[in-house]
Design a binder for this molecule. Structure first.
Ligand code: PLP
Length: 409
């Protein structure tokens, strides 16, 4: 019998083929494990409970968490004031939309602006980092009437249409949309001389992570950020700081904008903001806020009372427990004591730490997890990323140091 020729073109997709494919896929998945979308690589760790900086796995073993669920668990786990604030809010009124006024929402907005020590005029609460960036870009395009955006090589801003468009490498790897909603120009990282070529009188906004998180805690520095600010002023573009990962105290200052003395027109933050209750925010200068009209932005869940109670509790704990000082102190302690074994250097700021490794960070990540320490990796394969809760103490860093010392260099 002649062998069946391989098909040269994919058969057209019909409703029937889609149904058959998905039925087969569902059965295969159900046999495998569960119904979760198979899009995440998972660590060999199943968490049952957590307390402070410790996770307990389903076998009852403790794991020191130096990764904080992608930088989210700012106050660690089961923080009493945060837990009580959420419980109180759940009992009193767990949700009302932005169509009604809520004291907790107004308080969270006011406290956030005060915490930032930056001259913001307005905040818009949303649910995720990508959504905050999506809205920031929309506001910039509409306000300037321009259709181009500049971003920085290596940056990550989220997986929605606009946020993905300004994420470095997304189009080659995972973007998925047939086209981006605007033209994007990527500025080489840290290259002040290249800024003018990429930020022109047609540029609506520059979006930048002051410290690139996923890239491996790559600090773009005060000089580069000042040059971006100056060029934005020159051509009438808006500067958007994406502090989804590096903001809310993670650098030891309220925001990296404070650390580098750069004035943003808009700033987005999320992750540490709610300590695990999903929330994000877009903060705007008074000038940007004045460009908004009724219904130009919207959300159902953004600014919900549970989220706002979580935000209030996070800010209150950062203040009352002097966590900014702690972030600075422990950040410096890690950098002083943990450059040993397979770690040859460090980058980043505060508790957004990139440890440069002499061999693939993935190997070191796996070896540390075997020792009961959870860390993170980055798109740079030679960087091990630490994003621990702000409540971490020296003794926890000593455990990391002792474990690193035992690992092959
Ligand atoms: C700097 C930065 N911006 C945006 C995002 C997207 O945030 P989210 O996953 O909440 O949409 C991330 C997430 O890792 C991030 O690190």
């Amino acid at each position: 019998m002649p062998k069946k020729k391989p098909a040269t073109a994919a058969a057209p997709t019909t409703a029937a083929t889609v149904r058959t494919t998905s039925d087969t896929a569902i059965q295969a998945l159900a046999r495998q494990h569960d119904f979760l979308a198979p899009v995440f690589a998972q660590y060999p760790l199943e968490v049952a409970t957590a307390q402070g900086v410790w996770l307990t796995n389903t076998r009852g073993e403790r794991v020191l968490d130096l990764y904080g669920g992608h930088a989210v668990a700012s106050l660690g786990y089961a923080h009493p004031a945060w837990t009580a604030a959420l419980a109180r809010r759940a009992e009193s009124c767990q949700f009302q939309s932005n169509a009604v006024a809520l004291k907790v929402r107004a308080r969270a907005a006011r406290r956030l602006v005060r915490f930032s020590r930056l001259p913001f005029g307005s905040v818009f609460f949303v649910n995720s980092g990508a959504e905050a960036n999506e809205n920031a870009l929309k506001v910039a395009l509409r306000m300037t009437g321009r259709a181009q955006v500049a971003a920085v090589e290596g940056g990550f801003h989220g997986r929605t249409a606009a946020a993905g468009a300004v994420s470095w490498g997304a189009q080659a790897k995972w973007y998925g949309f047939p086209r981006t909603p605007f033209d994007v120009s990527f500025i080489p990282r840290g290259d002040c001389a290249a800024i003018a070529e990429h930020v022109t009188p047609h540029t609506a906004a520059v979006i930048v992570e002051p410290i690139q998180g996923l890239a491996g805690a790559v600090d773009l520095g005060a000089r580069f950020l000042a040059a971006l600010r100056a060029r934005c002023d020159e051509v009438g573009a808006l500067l958007i700081l994406d502090e989804v990962q590096c903001g809310m105290g993670r650098t030891g200052e309220p925001f990296a904008a404070n650390l580098y003395a750069v004035r943003p027109d808009m700033l987005t933050t999320a992750k540490a903001l709610g300590n695990g209750f999903p929330c994000a925010v877009l903060m705007m200068s008074p000038l940007v806020a004045a460009s908004l009209k009724s219904e130009s932005l919207g959300t159902t869940f953004g600014g919900g009372p549970m989220a706002c109670a979580a935000i209030e509790a996070v800010i209150a704990a950062i203040k009352s427990e002097r966590l900014l000082e702690r972030v600075r102190h422990i950040g410096a302690y890690i950098r002083r004591t943990c450059i040993l074994g397979p770690v040859s250097g460090h980058q980043g700021a505060g508790l957004l730490v990139g440890l440069r490794t002499t061999r693939p960070a993935k190997e070191i990540h796996a070896e540390l997890l075997e020792c009961g320490i959870l860390t993170g990796t980055a798109t740079d394969p030679q960087v091990l990323r630490l994003l621990p809760p702000f409540i971490i103490e020296e003794e926890h860093v000593d455990m990391l140091r002792d474990a690193l010392r035992e690992l092959p260099a």
